[in-house]
Design a protein around this ligand. Structure first.
Ligand code: HEM
Length: 432
């Protein structure tokens, strides 16, 4: 067990690959402090898990560790009918077609950040991508306009997010459990001032006579009604805003840093993308983003804990066991992706991404609520970068995949040399 815990924690991807080579598409991992996890990587079994009864295949329980931060009304930590009630209310603002409304704001935020970078220097992109994705959430999701409240919340939430992944936090949480941890004075001192600002924002928006003209997600959640006609309470809104921040900020920043890390080591792909951006098209961009999320998924697995005994992949598994569709292993299947380790965005021009074979956003009734938002945001930020800078690699070796809390990050932060473009990329003739 200590060896498995070490492999899973320190060298996650090679550990998963070795285990699959030895045991196949369904095997059990035993971690210290955890019950058994049954890893599955056969797309048919992944489909069975994603389509399984949500009262049996529970995801919220596994996220309970987040509850001191995201609260007890969060779509991330609820299960069963309480989860569905909350999710139904939150889905419409995240519908794919609605994303267009945020395009201009996302590009402006990205361009302002990119224009502040010194030309000709090498830097890790990850912290810069975090600054961009935080700002986008504050403005497009929380609906904050430029001003003192935006400044105050930005700085408060940065502190809260940094504290939430600090090793001492993890240790205290493990020792005390979530209920006792969230009552600690030191925790309240960190969270309360941020909550106060969030409640101010919620109350002010609720009274805004122009609420229905606003396109930010908070305004839409304020107008939404549960099936019994009730609006969301301030406490529910606060919990969902923090949920969207926690689920959507670092994940998207990390995926953006990986996209650049991959592109600068594949000059052919970078060149094709640059030509396409100049021509104002986005087919190859879509393929680039999908291929990056295939080979560098931010989360290597998603987890469902069984509330009752259940048959999975032809085996009877007991209640309490966690079943984990393994994103990393599904994405490396040679029968679905020939030459699976090769970075080749073209494969997504040749065949569409499959519901149960391309799963960076999980699946079923727990599939990432922000998937369309994240894909759209990544494309806006990448377009802004490609049109303003010429990025190049600082080393030819790929950056190592390293774990940061639960996400898989580029070991050197996605380091690139940034050179400002003096002219816009040349538009390519239509025939080219
Ligand atoms: C590239 C960026 C992102 C990745 C890779 C990602 C990935 C994921 C994954 C794997 C899950 C779990 C799905 C499952 O258990 O089946 C998830 C859930 C979730 N994500 Fe994302 N996510 C990203 C961005 C975002 C953004 C931008 C938002 C919102 C602004 C967001 C909001 C959520 C929420 C609310 C859930 C919980 C859904 C539920 O339990 O019903 N995510 N995400």
């Amino acid at each position: 067990m200590p060896l498995q815990t070490l492999g899973w924690t320190v060298r996650t991807m090679p550990f998963l690959e070795r285990a699959q080579a030895k045991y196949g598409d369904m095997w059990t991992m035993k971690l210290a402090q955890e019950g058994p996890w049954v890893m599955v990587s056969d797309p048919d079994v992944v489909k069975q898990v994603f389509k399984g009864d949500p009262e049996v295949f529970r995801a919220g329980e596994g996220n309970a560790i987040l509850s001191p931060l995201v609260g007890h009304n969060s779509v991330l930590t609820l299960d069963g009918s309480a989860h569905m009630t909350q999710r139904k209310l939150m889905l419409p603002p995240f519908h794919g077609r609605r994303m267009q409304a945020y395009g201009e704001l996302m590009r402006e935020i990205a361009e302002r950040e990119i224009d502040s970078w010194p030309s000709g220097t090498s830097m890790p992109l990850w912290p810069r991508m975090q600054a961009i994705t935080l700002e986008i959430i504050l403005q497009a999701v929380f609906g904050l306009d430029e001003g003192p409240r935006l400044d105050a919340l930005r700085s408060r939430l940065r502190d809260v997010l940094a504290a939430s992944t600090a090793p001492v936090t993890m240790l205290l949480l493990a020792m005390l459990g979530t209920r006792r941890f969230e009552g600690l004075k030191v925790v309240r001192r960190e969270l309360d001032p941020a909550d106060e600002l969030l409640f101010e924002q919620i109350r002010e928006r609720r009274e805004d006579p122009d609420l229905d003209k606003r396109s930010d997600i908070l305004s839409m959640l304020l107008s939404a009604r549960y099936e019994d006609g009730r609006p969301m309470s301030d406490a529910e809104l606060r919990d969902e805003l923090v949920t969207l921040l926690v689920a959507g900020h670092e994940t998207t920043a990390t995926s953006l840093a990986w996209t650049m890390e991959r592109l600068v080591r594949h000059p052919g792909a970078l060149e094709r993308l640059t030509d396409e951006v100049a021509a104002g098209e986005d087919e190859y961009m879509d393929a680039v983003v999908k291929e990056t999320l295939r080979l560098r998924p931010v989360l290597p697995v998603v987890v469902r804990r069984l509330a009752r005994d259940a048959e999975v992949g032809g085996r009877l598994l007991p209640a309490g066991v966690a079943v984990a569709p393994c994103i990393h292993l599904v994405h490396r299947r040679p029968d679905v992706y020939p030459e699976p380790s090769r970075y080749r965005p073209e494969r997504f021009l040749e065949q569409p991404a499959g519901t149960y074979t391309w799963i960076p956003f999980g699946g079923g009734v727990r599939r990432c609520l922000g998937a369309s938002f994240a894909l759209f945001e990544m494309k806006q930020v990448l377009t802004a970068m490609i049109s303003r800078i010429e990025p190049s690699a600082t080393t030819s070796t790929p950056e190592r995949v390293t774990r940061r809390a639960i996400t898989m990050n580029p070991g050197d932060g996605g380091r690139v040399t940034v050179r400002r473009r003096t002219t816009a990329p040349e538009p390519v003739p239509a025939a080219a």
